[in-house]
Design a protein around this ligand. Structure first.
Ligand code: ATP
Length: 442
């Protein structure tokens, strides 16, 4: 069994249409990525899985889709204009720029080898700015949001007034965020344009520790349910020097990526910092009235903040496997959980002639109502199975001569490569049940 290396994942993603470098025909844009036909489906499936688990499965979490562009005061209030910075140094010789906390400032420049060539560290704001309207002046300056959370805080009052939610409750949002990252290595891990899946849970002060523990447990369970190997997930607690200035407590869920353990998601106790700041900067009352006790307070917030695009890299890394089969053939397989696999079912006539193509194509059309399918009638059946393994399709249905006699088809499972005979009118139910009971077999 061969391990997933980043090179292998990048190459598979390009070859099979998961992820491409943005504007590649012009030489690419660093830290910017495009999701191809299979990549967008995988990303959407992970997003939908998260959305269902984080909204539908709780009776006290509602959704929101706030705008990317917000009033610039939002970022003053949140502290991003002042504090959302990395310390940077430039090499005076080759003009390369580095994060001061990521290189040895006493050593030679890693790019050109010159000694004593670094400038003093300067703080560099990670927010992208642009201008709104027709006049480019100070007053028209706005930012691309660096996180989705602030949209949730800014809409807190509107949601409370319109949705009959009662503390404790959560607001969930998925969307794009932008950061002018200086080091954008490791494929899509750290990009300048990415997507986040965030949920802000508003609680009564004093109950925050309890909810913080609750959400830590729930979030780890989420990844187990998504089929990620439990041994590739661990907690990392932020020490005093890592903790954001507003946070009371913070834990990251780390995943064992091909380049090592790295942050996948943060669970943070953000106290009443954000809502209090927005009260001050907006002049609006953002307190909550508990109608049972008649108490009024600014809620504390427990945040769960995951990268969607980083989840895509996790799903690919976790799923990737090269197996050497008995005949010494190497099978590349992606063990995606069927709930997130870009294609759920492949429909393959054994041969296209003798009416098998027609029967298979009719079955494929019927299955499209329930699943994402892929129809393929060309080439040897073994090769078609391999192609499906390589993109992580959990189920292949083969229509053969027996189908014409008894209406049954072969159902092949990706992980075990086991094949069973199923009647065509049972197939939807069979796939649904297999998906519900899915356990990864290696
Ligand atoms: P880091 O310290 O790695 O820069 P962070 O602690 O600033 O990350 P958060 O602000 O807590 O990250 O963001 C929450 C989540 O958003 C992260 O766990 C990660 O999954 C995702 N994320 C943050 N920045 C990026 C990025 N540049 N590219 C892709 N995903 C990101």
């Amino acid at each position: 069994m061969a391990e997933a290396t980043m090179d292998k994942i990048v190459s598979l993603c390009k070859r099979r249409g998961f992820i491409f470098q943005s504007s590649e025909i012009y030489g690419g844009l660093a830290g910017s990525w495009d999701y191809g036909p299979l990549g967008v489906q995988l990303k959407n499936n992970i997003r939908d899985f998260w959305w269902k688990e984080m909204t539908q499965m709780y009776d006290n979490i509602v959704g929101l889709d706030a705008a990317i562009l917000m009033h610039p005061k939002v970022w003053e209030a949140s502290g991003h204009i002042k504090n959302f910075t990395d310390p940077l140094v430039d090499c005076k010789q080759c003009k390369s720029r580095f994060r001061a906390d990521q290189i040895d400032l006493e050593a030679a420049c890693p790019n050109c080898g010159t000694k004593d060539s670094f400038t003093q560290p300067r703080n560099f704001n990670l927010m992208f700015s642009t201008h709104i309207g027709s006049v480019e002046d100070e007053g028209s300056l706005i930012y691309l949001r660096p996180e989705t959370a602030q949209g949730i805080y800014a809409d807190f009052k509107s949601v409370v007034q319109s949705s009959r939610v009662k503390v404790p409750f959560g607001i969930a949002q998925v969307g794009k965020a932008f950061r002018n990252e200086i080091t954008t290595k490791s494929f899509i891990f750290r990009s300048v344009e990415f997507e986040q899946m965030e949920m802000q849970f508003f609680v009564k002060p004093g109950e925050d520790d309890k909810w913080f523990s609750f959400w830590r447990e729930e979030r780890l369970k989420f990844y187990h349910k998504m089929g990620i190997k439990p041994t590739s997930l661990r907690w990392h607690q932020h020490g005093p020097d890592e903790l954001a200035f507003y946070a009371k407590e913070a834990f990251d869920i780390q995943f064992l990526f091909p380049m090592g353990w790295q942050e996948l998601e943060g669970v943070h106790n953000r106290t009443d910092y954000d809502l209090s700041q927005h009260q001050i900067f907006s002049g609006k009352d953002l307190t909550y009235l508990d109608q049972e006790t008649n108490e009024r307070f600014v809620p504390y917030v427990v945040e769960t903040s995951a990268g969607l695009t980083r989840n895509v890299l996790m799903a690919l890394s976790d799923a990737y496997e090269e197996q050497t089969l008995e005949n010494n053939e190497v099978r590349t397989v992606l063990h995606f959980h069927p709930a997130i696999a870009p294609v759920t079912v492949a429909v393959l006539p054994l041969v296209k002639k003798d009416g098998l193509g027609e029967v298979a194509s009719k079955l494929d059309k019927e299955l499209r109502e329930d699943f994402t399918t892929f129809y393929d009638q060309n080439g040897a059946i073994g090769r078609r199975y391999r192609r499906m393994d390589e993109i992580g399709t959990p189920y292949c249905i083969t229509v053969d001569y027996q189908t014409l006699e008894d209406n049954s088809v072969t159902l092949r499972y990706r992980d075990s490569m086991k094949q069973i005979r199923v009647s065509m009118n049972q197939i939807v139910q069979e796939i649904r049940t297999a998906t519900k009971n899915y356990k990864r077999v290696e």
